[in-house]
Write a protein that binds this ligand. Sequence first.
Ligand SMILES: NC(=O)c1ccc[n+]([C@@H]2O[C@H](COP(=O)([O-])OP(=O)(O)OC[C@H]3O[C@@H](n4cnc5c(N)ncnc54)[C@H](O)[C@@H]3O)[C@@H](O)[C@H]2O)c1
Ligand SMILES: N[C@H](CO)Cc1c[nH]c[nH+]1
Ligand SMILES: [Zn+2]
Length: 436
Amino acid sequence: MTARTAPRRLDARAEDFEASFAELLTAKRETAVDVNNDVAAIIAEVQAKGDDAVIACTNKFDRLNLEGPEDLRIPQARLDAAAAQVPSETLEALKLAAERIEAFHARQMPQSMSFTDEAGVELGHRWSAVDAAGLYVPGGTAAYPSSVLMNAIPARVAGVERVVMVVPTPDGVENPLVLAAARLAGVTEVYRIGGAQAVAALAHGTDTIAPVDKIVGPGNAYVAAAKRQVFGTVGIDMIAGPSEILVVADGENDPAWIAADLLSQAEHDPSSQSILITDDAAFADEVARAVASQLQQLSRQDTATASWHDFGAIITVPSLADAVPLVDRLAPEHLELAVTDPDALADRIRHAGAIFLGRYTPEAVGDYVAGTNHVLPTARSARFSSGLSVLDFMKRTSLVRCDADSLGRIGPAAVALADAEGLEAHGRSVSVRLNR
Ligand SMILES: NC(=O)c1ccc[n+]([C@@H]2O[C@H](COP(=O)([O-])OP(=O)(O)OC[C@H]3O[C@@H](n4cnc5c(N)ncnc54)[C@H](O)[C@@H]3O)[C@@H](O)[C@H]2O)c1
Ligand SMILES: N[C@H](CO)Cc1c[nH]c[nH+]1
Ligand SMILES: [Zn+2]
């Protein structure tokens, strides 16, 4: 792809709008690197050689000198020391975030239920947590402590007994903020491993690392491929793509605020996507100018500029109501409604990972301290999926109870269906209980 030098400008009244919008929807935002064979080989090695393979891969890819399995775990004392190293203001902010995330996710706890239907059959389901969850945290500067909280706290709230974290420490460099966040979220079992070998160890287990039931958290192409390959042996969360923000704003906003919102996600990744939809063409020009000026001041200027130019867009529509179908087609990870009546607009929108209502609700508040989860569906997958929640760490078991009377009422239909399917033993297991 040739690098663009400005974001796309689209006008819903223009004749070529549909073609331009379709191009925006399908713009390829990730260069898929095929690492599947390498990853399959690493997973097979870990399955065959356990700790030895994990140590060998870690020494090779992260340039460490681990000597034995006892070097894999980051001891509690180091988690404590990391927390002591973090500036108190940051630690307080992490604590506030953790409290709010926990309070919100506690309200997501599902209820078990049962009832007796008109045939006298008792039906219900009960929820229970997985036994163990593994949280992958990327190494180096790509790791966000806020993401540690967003992944670990819902697991704890769900009642997962064992929450394990893996985090590579390339060249031996630990990220104190990540370790402090883990400690705050109640994660005590932490290993200094990453990549496909970490995912394989979590999924299949080694002498040192007991297997988990679910693996969550972002990572590079090796991590994503490994998660896909171990799916089935364990559950996985979604594979998160580059961040996205869609802002619907009227002309009553301060263009500098909206520009900052657009850049808040552009600075994540050169493939992030930031889009403004507005009914005010003059305001659109002002936002474009504000973005250009704010870009100069960002330390991640190169990333944000690439993202804004290659995947950014400003769309003008005749009225805010015309934004609704466009939003649904984009199904963004984050949607900001910076308008006078955000609820009226939100009520009409069906597909978005998270909606931020009103001029004083910047998306970044959701990334950190609102309490809702910032692990959200990207790449239009909000059409069929939701953000991370306690439900991702739980599963549902159905409960059924018949007595002689109720089996007498529904059993004959079961026998008829078993007959129709040619499954004799099925039919008999019901019919032997009837008419006694
Ligand atoms: N979507 C999100 O919320 C989010 C948040 C933070 C980070 N991320 C993503 O996480 C990723 C972080 O990437 P990273 O590389 O810094 O850290 P990472 O932890 O994902 O990957 C590091 C590991 O990759 C493995 N690896 C590297 N080169 C390899 C090779 N040639 N062969 C086999 N294995 C190899 C190593 O085992 C190493 O430990 C980025 O892609 C970033 O976009 C996403
Ligand atoms: N916006 C990111 C998810 O799309 C999450 C994040 C972490 N830190 C800041 N932001
Ligand atoms: Zn963010």
